[in-house]
Ligand binder design. Structure first.
Ligand SMILES: Nc1ncnc2c1ncn2[C@@H]1O[C@H](COP(=O)(O)OP(=O)(O)OP(=O)(O)O)[C@@H](O)[C@H]1O
Ligand SMILES: [Mg+2]
Length: 298
């Protein structure tokens, strides 16, 4: 088990001349053995936060203490070791190696830390049994359904017995029933294996299993509650009006910005490269906002 303490974490993405502040002095305290859900609108910084806690990315400021160690001070070598041994990642898109069998996929992280073959095999089989796939150990991802692939991905994440599991919308690509089975699997694993789990989700069913839920908005934790404290639907989906108007405001600003850079380009104030770069970035941002608006309007 691991505790995770984030203190005033700042993460800024810089691409060319544009800066995006993804985390704004975010502070959060996850207890040892806790199952914490992170929810929040698209672009609020959820993935960035997980990437910082998983040492895939390094914050610009602030500290992240995992089990008493400040991982933001790690050098590249320490980060690699940490990722291999201390964290298990589960992503929305199943990160399996397509030409390896389920068994070989689960063996892979153990190979990376030099676990002997016999032991690797034994543990990989055990883990696949744990996630209910003892009959599919020799199948490749192509031969497995989405839910089964995600089960393998969970077994992969558990391979080196990390105290901390980070999951980024693990049910995002699954239908409701399959998603629910995966959620239950996480809950059972959490109880039986005593892992600390931090999971990003939009899924209310998932959130009900959490010990606490943190709502992320604009790079900061808005509030942290237990599922019992509030009606979850309200918590996750109301304030929609407020959210819609803030998204519409952002959308307007981006459209204005696009007009402005087109004008700047015509007047020779920025180069073609700059135009293309900023235009692409703004368009991506616009697409993200529009898809979020679409989700909210149903
Ligand atoms: N590699 C990057 N380069 C530049 N900006 C980035 C990068 N990654 C994320 N961002 C920006 O940082 C902000 C936070 O992004 P992040 O991916 O953490 O959001 P999210 O909450 O995970 O969203 P989603 O629900 O859509 O996955 C967004 O404004 C995004 O555009
Ligand atoms: Mg994300």
């Amino acid at each position: 088990m691991a505790s995770v303490i984030c203190e005033r974490v700042i993460k800024i993405y810089r691409t060319g001349t544009t800066e995006t502040v993804a985390l704004r002095e975010l502070s959060m305290n996850v207890r040892e053995g806790e199952f914490r859900v992170i929810a929040g609108p698209s672009g609020s910084g959820k993935t960035t936060l997980l990437n910082c806690i998983g040492a895939i990315d390094v914050p610009d400021a602030g500290t992240i203490i995992v089990n008493g160690e400040d991982i933001t001070k790690f050098d590249e070598k320490q980060r690699i070791e940490y990722r291999k041994r201390k964290v298990g990642f589960v992503f929305q898109l199943f990160n399996l190696v397509p030409y390896l069998t389920a068994l070989e996929n689960v063996e892979l992280p153990m190979t990376a830390i030099g676990v002997p073959r016999e032991e690797r095999l034994k543990r990989a089989k055990e883990l696949l049994r744990l996630v209910g796939l003892e009959n599919k150990v020799n199948k490749t991802p192509y031969e497995l359904s989405g839910g089964e692939q995600q089960r393998v991905a969970i077994a992969v994440a558990l391979a080196n017995d990390p105290p901390l599991i980070l999951a980024d919308e693990p049910t995002g690509e699954l239908d409701f029933m399959t998603g629910r089975q995966i959620v239950r699997l996480f809950r059972d694993l959490h109880k039986e294996l005593n892992k600390t789990i931090i999971m990003v989700t939009h899924d209310i069913a998932m959130a009900t299993y959490a010990d606490r839920i943190s709502i992320l908005r604009d790079g900061k934790i808005l509030e942290t509650v237990t599922p019992a404290e509030k009606d979850l639907a309200t918590l996750l989906f109301t304030r929609a009006d407020e959210l819609i108007s803030s998204l519409e405001e952002k959308r307007k600003k981006i459209l204005e910005e696009i007009k402005k850079i087109e004008k700047d380009f015509r007047q020779g104030m920025i180069s073609l490269d700059e135009l293309v770069e900023r235009y692409t970035q703004l368009k991506n941002e616009l697409k993200r906002i529009e898809s979020e608006l679409k989700k909210l309007s149903i």
